[in-house]
Design a protein around this ligand. Structure first.
Ligand SMILES: [Zn+2]
Length: 480
């Protein structure tokens, strides 16, 4: 097969799968963890070709494009979409199409789980067409686009420059992902966020709440660090290339941070169970894992973003300033409608503030050596909590947390991961009250986690039961 024919075959088949996944989400009302608003917007951006710098308003054209796409691929269409009751037979038929889906390229076949193999096949053929396909928890993920693969063991770093299509689980706020062997940065998502969040600062009206005021102050000071003094859409738009390179660096470091924690600092089964705990929704455990990715200590294959920023502080202070504001703004969820991310804000924001104590009223960096020592202490503390919580969780689900020896840590991680994941799913399906018990347990632990962190950092005044106000008071002086 010629390269052109291979690429066309992958495109056509991936498109059918993406359309089937969208129809299934519409018909069943099940849009996965990110929900219908984000899911539908992402699909509308794809089907209606809405560029990144244009806001997405769902109009009638989305449904008519989806209907055309369903017809193109001979998939069942029902007028009963968008929250109305769809025919169960249609949902079942779409589910069958999806679960039995196979990419057929010449004499080769790849299932959805074999996304990384299919991408390797494309790469070996010399193609810059990139496919991301596979399961993440219960989500079925798919992205097809063009970009660059950079082999930096143990990961293939993928810069996805443009996207042809994606599944409803790939919402616009997902800017980066980590697979077993790859780290993916979505430039389209970075660009969309740049316009939705940063260029939009030019049109922000004065707000009243403390949370919104600080959110705005962080953005304004960060833009100033990029050299934007007059807040007009035009002047903000000019910083895009610096913004993109900083985001690529920080996002990659965050995903590498997840890898460092999973492979170098947690026992294999603990790491897998921690990842699988996403089945319980967003809990303190997930917040701790996000914090750990941020503060991941240096390893042979990189370091987490916070250490990266700390190292800029000595070498390129202006870049440290930009990245600190950028990262802090992205971790600041107090002025957003995403309550499930607040737990992460309660953890990372005080840690970042701790690295920049005020001297004569001015935020000043801790020295790199001191910052490294402090971050190591915090990472040890967080690892301790993760291990303790996972141990209890394992007992809830009657799983044995024993270490298993094998030769290649990355392969055994993926195989063992799906095995443990299946076991966990099985346990949950068998006894749904377990999920409530485990979640209740984790929720009760959250204030204890916050308290012990604030004590380590020396912030006795932050109330562990309602941390928002205290965290705002701690972070505020760095930006106001
Ligand atoms: Zn993460």
């Amino acid at each position: 097969m010629e390269l052109e024919d291979i690429e066309y075959a992958v495109y056509q088949q991936a498109r059918k799968l993406a359309v089937a996944l969208t129809l299934h989400a519409e018909a069943s009302g099940n849009w996965g963890v990110s929900g219908s608003d984000f899911g539908r917007q992402s699909m509308a951006r794809w089907l209606c070709h809405i560029p990144a710098d244009v806001a997405c308003h769902l109009g009638n054209s989305y449904l008519s494009k989806l209907r055309e796409a369903a017809q193109d691929h001979a998939l069942p269409w029902t007028p009963h979409y968008l929250g109305e009751t769809a025919d169960p037979a249609i949902i079942a038929s779409l589910e069958e199409t999806i679960s039995s889906f196979l990419f057929q390229i010449g004499d080769k076949e790849f299932s959805l789980q074999q996304g990384e193999e299919l991408d390797l096949f494309l790469s070996e053929k010399g193609s810059n067409l990139i496919i991301i396909a596979g399961y993440h928890g219960t989500e079925r993920n798919l992205i097809l686009g063009r970009g660059i693969r950079d082999y930096k063991a143990p990961y293939i770093h993928i810069a996805m420059a443009s996207e042809y299509l994606r599944s409803p689980s790939i919402v616009m706020p997902i800017v980066a992902m980590i697979g077993v062997h790859s780290i993916i940065i979505r430039e389209l998502a970075v660009e969309t966020i740049f316009h939705d969040k940063w260029v939009a600062v030019a049109n922000t009206l004065p707000s009243l709440s403390h949370a919104e005021k600080l959110g705005y102050a962080i953005k304004k000071k960060t833009l100033a660090a990029y050299g934007v003094s007059r807040l007009s859409a035009q002047s903000i738009a000019q910083i895009y290339s610096d913004f993109l390179s900083d985001m690529q660096c920080l996002l990659t470091a965050h995903e590498v941070g997840h890898g460092i924690i999973q492979h170098d600092h947690l026992k294999e089964n603990t790491a897998i169970l921690a990842e699988s705990s996403q089945l319980l929704g967003d809990t303190i455990l997930i917040s701790l894992l996000e914090l750990l990715a941020d503060i991941a200590p240096e390893s042979s294959y990189g370091k987490g973003p916070i250490l990266e920023i700390v190292s800029f502080a000595t070498k390129t202070p202006e870049r440290a300033e930009r990245c600190f504001g950028l990262y802090l703004s992205d971790a600041y969820f107090y002025d957003t409608q995403t309550p499930h991310m607040m737990g992460y804000s309660h953890l990372i924001l005080p840690v970042m503030a701790h690295l920049r104590p005020l001297q004569n009223g001015h935020p000043t960096w801790l020295s790199e050596a001191v910052a490294q020592t402090r971050l190591q202490q915090i990472a040890d503390w967080a690892l301790d909590w993760v291990i303790r919580l996972i141990d209890v969780l394992g007992r809830y689900f009657e799983l044995e947390i024993a270490d298993v020896a094998a030769t290649d840590p990355f392969t055994r991680y993926s195989q063992k991961g799906s095995l443990l994941y299946d076991t966990l799913t099985h346990h949950i399906q068998k006894n749904p009250t377990l999920i409530d018990e485990a979640t209740t347990y984790l929720n009760k632990q959250a204030p204890l986690v916050y308290r012990s962190l604030y004590d380590i950092l020396g912030y006795p005044d932050i109330d562990e039961h309602h941390p928002t106000a205290g965290v705002i008071k701690t972070v505020g002086p760095l930006f106001l």
